[in-house]
Design a protein around this ligand. Structure first.
Ligand SMILES: [Zn+2]
Ligand SMILES: [Zn+2]
Length: 403
């Protein structure tokens, strides 16, 4: 079944929306730092499992015990099946996933993408004790790892082998940085700001984990420390070609690098769990991928500004989005108000339009990711295919009012 979090289906989804709303706003802290280690059984590497029911998997992330999956495993699409089903054996954490986003998305198909988002039946194995490899394994096409919500990461290339995120080959990703391919697999090509992380990612500390690569090494958010993006590190701690580095507490780990290729992974630095790869992906080449973006994006840049371009968390804000009809190279902008506006994970709760100015209201929860640039998209309903427009890197959440 397909299901989207959208105004057109708001009545049917009201109970779900209310649940999601309360989870988003009043979310119980997933960071479980008061965990008594005596209540846990070590199952390998940084992985632990609770001795009592319900069985919960914990990851020792530096000085924290984090419950990475309990929030995400809950059925979010109302089909009676948990998003994630988790188990482990001697060597691997095993995750069966619906691969279905549990955050707002664009409605697909739309003018930017002809496919629909479909529920998947993934089964992935993540080594409990990842091992570094002498060689770097080239990333396959298709899934390369999984975010905590069970949605998969893809490498930065679309099917023609070109960069999907930048340059003339840029593809239409929604404000959560995802889109579906032909088989309905919704996937991320870059840092998905909408994936709920296990503790606040406010740029004041090392980011939390947001997912895992198929070699079992964790993928962290963009921050290395206070005001320090991992992509800006130089010298011994600099990220390698795979987007990874090591520290004494976390061992080897990857970081997402917003705005910088390869965005998520550049290759596998660990021994890849082969059962995660299908078909031609089983015979992987060596080496890191390289950026092949060139030229200007062909996506129409009809959104010329979002003002203000930043706003403090924990409040409701009114933003003005300015459109330029002259930039609508792939068909005119409808003259109604958009029926959906999303900035990063935030859905507009009111939308009005006056001429080429769209005014929206968004509420930013206290636990929003801070400091990273977010994308904005608009959608226009109608009788034929929904028309969608997009602007990248136009808004950021701040911790405090900027003076
Ligand atoms: Zn794609
Ligand atoms: Zn790091």
């Amino acid at each position: 079944m397909t299901l989207t979090f959208h105004p057109s289906s708001v009545l049917a989804l009201l109970p779900l929306c209310l649940t999601l709303f309360s989870l988003t706003v009043g979310r119980p802290a997933c960071a479980a730092n008061d965990i008594d280690p005596a209540t846990l059984t070590h199952v390998g590497g940084f992985w632990y499992v609770s001795k009592s029911e319900p069985v919960t998997w914990y990851y020792r992330d530096a000085d924290r015990w984090v419950d990475l999956f309990s929030w995400h495993r809950k059925d979010s699409n109302g089909d009676g099946i948990d998003n994630l089903r988790i188990s482990h054996d001697d060597s691997c954490l095993i995750i069966e996933s619906q691969g279905y986003p549990n955050h707002p998305t664009a409605i697909f198909p739309n003018s930017g993408n002809p496919n629909s988002i479909l529920v998947q039946n993934f089964r992935f194995r993540f080594p409990l004790q990842p091992e570094k490899s002498e060689r770097i394994t080239r990333l396959p096409m298709g899934p390369i790892g999984m975010a905590l919500n069970g949605v998969v990461f893809f490498n930065p290339f679309e099917q023609g082998g070109m960069n999907a995120v930048a340059g003339y080959s840029e593809v239409w990703l929604d404000s959560c940085c995802g889109h579906p391919q032909q088989a309905g697999v919704y996937h991320y090509h870059k840092y998905p700001v909408c994936v709920k992380s296990p503790f606040r990612d406010d740029g004041q500390q090392h980011s939390p984990i947001i997912g895992f690569a198929f070699d079992g090494f964790p993928v962290y958010g963009p921050w290395e420390g206070p005001q320090q993006l991992a992509k800006e590190l130089t010298g011994e701690t600099a990220l390698d070609v795979c987007n990874g580095h090591s520290d004494p507490q976390r061992g080897y780990h990857y970081h997402v690098t917003p705005g910088r290729f390869p965005y998520v992974l550049g290759g596998y630095h660990g021994v890849v769990e082969a059962s995660n790869l299908r078909g031609p992906g089983r015979n992987l080449q060596e080496g890191a991928i390289e950026d092949n973006s060139s030229g200007e994006s062909r996506l129409p840049r009809v959104i010329t500004s979002v003002v203000p371009g930043s706003a403090v968390r924990g409040q409701t804000h009114r933003l003005t989005i300015t459109l330029d009809p002259a930039k609508a190279t792939l068909g005119p902008i409808p003259d109604t108000a958009p029926d959906w506006v999303q900035i990063g994970p935030f859905e507009a709760t009111s939308i009005t339009r006056d001429g080429q100015q769209v005014v929206v209201e968004i509420s930013i929860p206290e636990d929003s990711p801070v400091g990273v640039l977010m994308d904005c998209h608009l959608e226009f309903g109608g009788t034929d295919r929904r028309r969608v427009f997009k602007a990248n890197d136009v808004f950021r959440v701040t911790r405090e009012e900027t003076p």
